[in-house]
Ligand binder design. Structure first.
Ligand SMILES: N[C@@H](CCC(=O)N[C@@H](CS)C(=O)NCC(=O)O)C(=O)O
Length: 245
């Protein structure tokens, strides 16, 4: 049987989405942790060879490599097994649930008085040092350095943070609307969109944003998603301190 390996990180939101879909699809896979936090293993040449954008998750199936979470869950969906294709809105939900700036939600609570996030500043320093040491990775690293600077800029702008929070809240309100009249996000059956929604809602809980859906049909929905064996099996993170993520 082909060895199926998910290179991921326990707390990464994209990794949790991929893990949930793979578990729900009953794909036999093993996990290899890529430490994207402390040792920045995502920039190691062996990993960049698998995932040129140096992000998790990456799914490796024998000689085949699938990057990008939406591609990974669609790859899994094409296999035999439970049908997670959902309804006509599934692919839109995948994109929309992937769209919030999860980094803003996380780092907005970790800002110094000057509006900078020490971890993002340190990441910028590391990326610049890596660029000096590994000029062959310039294309990747220059893009990431520019992204890091844009992120710092965004975090310094309270109105931009508010805009991101408001669009995330609007997404949750759309989820509430969707589950008002049907048990799952796209209709009568569990789909990939529910895997994405579950990981996203778990993350919003960590950020203590669950007041957004308390007392609504989404509270019951999240309780049902949480009670599915996949929640524990996929290691969905919904507790703990933001600073440990
Ligand atoms: N579009 C990509 C985004 C992947 C992504 O941003 N992954 C984050 C974790 S959720 C990551 O690897 N961050 C590490 C880094 O930015 O260096 C996907 O869906 O796979």
């Amino acid at each position: 049987m082909t060895d199926i390996v998910l290179y991921d990180h326990p707390a990464s939101i994209c990794s949790q989405m991929a893990r949930l879909a793979l578990v729900e699809k009953a794909v036999p896979f093993r996990r290899v942790t890529v430490d994207i936090m402390d040792t920045n293993e995502q920039f190691e040449p062996w990993y960049v060879a698998l995932n040129p954008k140096a992000v998790v998750p990456t799914l490796v199936i024998g000689d085949e490599v699938v990057t990008d979470t939406i591609n990974i869950v669609n790859w899994a969906q094409a296999l035999n097994g439970p049908d997670l294709s959902g309804g006509p809105t599934t692919q839109d939900w995948l994109k929309d649930i992937m769209a919030p700036h999860y980094g803003v939600l996380l780092y907005r609570n970790r800002l110094d008085e000057d509006g900078t996030a020490p971890q993002i500043t340190a990441r910028g320093r590391l990326l610049r040092k890596m660029l000096q040491d590994q000029p062959d990775m310039a294309a990747l690293l220059e893009g990431r350095i520019a992204g890091n600077a844009r992120f710092q800029e965004l975090l310094r702008d309270p109105q931009a943070i508010e805009r991101h929070l408001a669009s995330t809240k609007a997404l949750v309100q759309r989820m509430i609307g969707a589950v008002e009249s049907q048990p799952f996000l796209t209709g009568p059956a569990y789909s990939m969109a529910d895997a994405f929604a579950t990981a996203a809602l778990a993350r919003f809980r960590v950020h203590q944003l669950d007041a957004w859906w308390q007392g609504s049909p989404l509270e019951d929905y999240y309780g049902r998603m949480r009670a599915r064996p996949s929640f524990a099996a996929a290691g969905v993170v919904e507790t703990g301190h933001e600073k440990d993520m």
